[in-house]
Design a protein around this ligand. Structure first.
Ligand SMILES: NC(=O)c1ccc[n+]([C@@H]2O[C@H](COP(=O)([O-])OP(=O)(O)OC[C@H]3O[C@@H](n4cnc5c(N)ncnc54)[C@H](O)[C@@H]3O)[C@@H](O)[C@H]2O)c1
Ligand SMILES: CC(C)(O)[C@@H](O)C(=O)O
Ligand SMILES: [Mg+2]
Ligand SMILES: [Mg+2]
Length: 366
């Protein structure tokens, strides 16, 4: 493992050169990898592994016709490489649990029956194993239990693979029954298109992932956008102005600069006025939201968020109520303003500018 200094803390990271594709192919040459679930991660991981030359089959319930049809449209052949979940799990030697987390609890009794000794049970989230008191997912002792959790949307797992970039993932071995669990885990990580692989545990992964997606990555992000937009609108700003200053400028401009070189560098490349204001207001926002993040982490650690997911997402009418909730969000003024704003992005001009590197590299840090 390469040792990398993360802000003064040394961590170990697996690189592609340490575990090259040839080693992954050698490690998995006798394995049949059964991807159970063709939602978001399922298609990305299955297609990347297939394109990388691994022996992959897909298990998808035909009751979810839309997902079955997507699998067929993506080239999986019913009866050859696409099966009902149970048949795929019987045929697989590595069984990838890529149905939704709530569905993993529902299909577990069926999956358990297919776990012959020596097979590997694979997850992309620590959820089912860590909250086993609630999910009842308790694997037999004679199978490997491994995880590779891509740190991004399944859409990017596939998009980055196709662009040649890859995506970083964390990985963990929960149970090594065969003595091969570690290598199997890393080999699948490389096979699905991971760039760098960060060691973790099932518990650390699920606690941080649930916090992140409820917090800064999705929940907090949408919440603070709503709040700022509301204040601007209440003071008479037009929807386009409020949206531009809340979302569009973030996604189209500033966050890309943060991604390139960090927050201080982005601050170094805006006006002195914006820089002063941002530095002054940062601690105020931190103070305001810190208690909310503490409450969130507690709810994750005590399993309350898991109970919420299992009861809500496992309910029979959930898809219908979810559709309504998402439609309400999509039809709210801020996101309708967003739709109009997106149609006005000046793509042509951007292409012309990108041919030159003059003036695009930015100021160095102060
Ligand atoms: N979506 C992501 O980008 C992402 C990123 C990292 C990790 N993960 C993890 O990957 C795993 C899969 O998540 P996902 O988002 O790809 O899947 P998802 O939540 O979109 O689930 C969709 C799949 O579950 C199946 N399904 C739903 N209910 C079912 C039921 N009752 N019985 C049988 N099948 C059912 C659907 O047919 C479909 O195949 C989860 O553990 C998730 O936490 C997801
Ligand atoms: C893509 C995310 C938010 O990182 C993932 O954790 C998920 O659950 O979809
Ligand atoms: Mg998640
Ligand atoms: Mg995540």
């Amino acid at each position: 493992m390469a040792k990398i200094d993360f802000g003064g803390v040394e961590e170990e990271v697996i690189t592609r050169s340490e575990f090259p594709m040839a080693k992954a192919r050698q490690t998995l040459k006798k394995e049949v990898i059964a991807v159970i679930g063709y939602g978001v991660q399922g298609p990305a991981q299955a297609l990347n592994m297939k394109d990388n030359g691994f022996n992959v089959i897909v298990g998808q319930s035909k009751q979810f016709q839309r997902d079955w049809d997507r699998a067929v449209a993506d080239g999986w052949v019913p009866g050859k490489t696409l099966f009902e979940m149970e048949e795929a799990a019987q045929r697989g030697t590595i069984i990838q649990m890529l149905v939704s987390d709530a569905a993993q609890r529902a299909i577990w009794p069926m999956i358990k029956k297919c776990l012959a000794p020596g097979k590997a049970l694979y997850f992309s989230h620590g959820f089912s194993i860590v909250y086993k008191d609630q999910t009842k997912v308790i694997p037999p002792k004679d199978v490997d239990v491994i995880m590779v959790a891509p740190k991004g949307s399944g859409l990017n797992v596939r998009r980055n693979f196709l662009s040649g970039a890859g995506i970083n993932s964390s990985f963990a071995v929960e149970q090594d029954a065969t003595g091969r669990a570690y290598n199997r885990c890393l080999a699948v990580g490389i096979a699905i298109g991971s760039g760098y692989l960060f060691p973790t545990t099932f518990k650390q992964e699920v606690f941080s992932d649930l916090t992140g997606e409820r917090g800064v990555l999705m929940g907090a992000l949408a919440g603070i956008m709503d709040a700022q937009y509301q204040v601007l609108r209440a003071h008479g700003h037009s929807p386009s102005e409020a949206f531009n200053e809340t979302v569009e400028e973030l996604t189209e401009s500033l966050i890309k600069l943060v991604g390139e070189n960090g927050m201080d560098w982005m601050y170094s490349n805006c006006s002195a006025t914006a820089q002063r204001g941002a530095l002054d207001w940062r601690p105020k926002f931190k103070k305001a939201v810190l208690p909310v993040f503490k409450e969130l982490y507690q709810r994750v650690a005590t399993g309350k968020e898991t109970a919420r997911v299992l009861s809500a997402c496992g309910a029979p009418n959930y898809q219908e109520s979810l559709r309504k909730e998402l439609a309400e969000l999509g039809n709210s003024e801020i996101w309708l303003a967003g739709k109009a704003t997106r149609s006005l992005r000046p793509h042509q001009a951007a292409k012309v500018i990108s041919k030159s590197t003059k003036g695009v590299t930015g100021r160095s840090r102060n």
